[in-house]
Design a protein around this ligand. Structure first.
Ligand code: CMX
Length: 133
């Protein structure tokens, strides 16, 4: 498999509006827009940084993965997303290597990207997302 770059860092926040005061107003990152991904029960807001982005994640439902994360760990880094050349091939390779996958097949994420998550128990405790544009 070939990783092209860190595509984004996902940061769980209680409120995107409140989060903007640091990430946009204080750091000066440009707010690119936000999008709700119903399937993931999350609203995402993107702030480009060079070739990568900061993604703020606000939960839309108390039983969503980001709400559960916030409840357990509080605000902070939720996942690291790597852009790969061929997502299906990358997933097949990782499965073959015995890495625990959350998504066996790519699904649609924010920005129309194909995404898949690897389980944090297989990745030294960091939720890893692979994505393909
Ligand atoms: N980073 C690191 N560890 C995490 C984690 C995260 N983001 N989320 C959960 N964990 C850990 C928990 O701390 C827990 O560890 P312990 O057993 O040591 O306590 C373990 O994983 C299981 O967590 P849980 O709270 O019991 O939650 P679930 O098993 O129900 O779900 C996970 C965990 C990762 C499988 C689930 O959150 C998931 O499928 N995530 C992928 C989808 C997602 O996060 N979507 C939101 C972003 C969408 C987007 O960016 O588009």
């Amino acid at each position: 498999m070939k990783i092209i770059k860190i595509e984004h860092l996902g940061i769980a926040v209680n409120s995107i509006e409140q989060g903007k005061s640091f990430w946009s107003n204080a750091l000066g990152l440009e707010f690119e827009g936000s999008e709700t991904v119903e399937e993931q029960k999350v609203t995402t807001a993107f702030f480009p940084v060079g070739e990568s982005e900061v993604e703020l994640l606000e939960s839309t439902a108390p039983d969503g993965p980001v709400a559960k994360f916030l409840e357990k760990k509080g605000e902070g880094i939720h996942h690291v997303a790597f852009q790969v050349e061929n997502l299906e091939a990358a997933l097949a390779e990782l499965k073959e290597k015995g890495i625990r996958l959350i998504d066996e097949k790519p699904r649609k994420g924010a920005g129309g990207k194909n995404i898949a998550f690897l389980h944090p128990k297989a990745t030294n405790g960091v939720l890893v997302e692979l994505c393909e544009k």
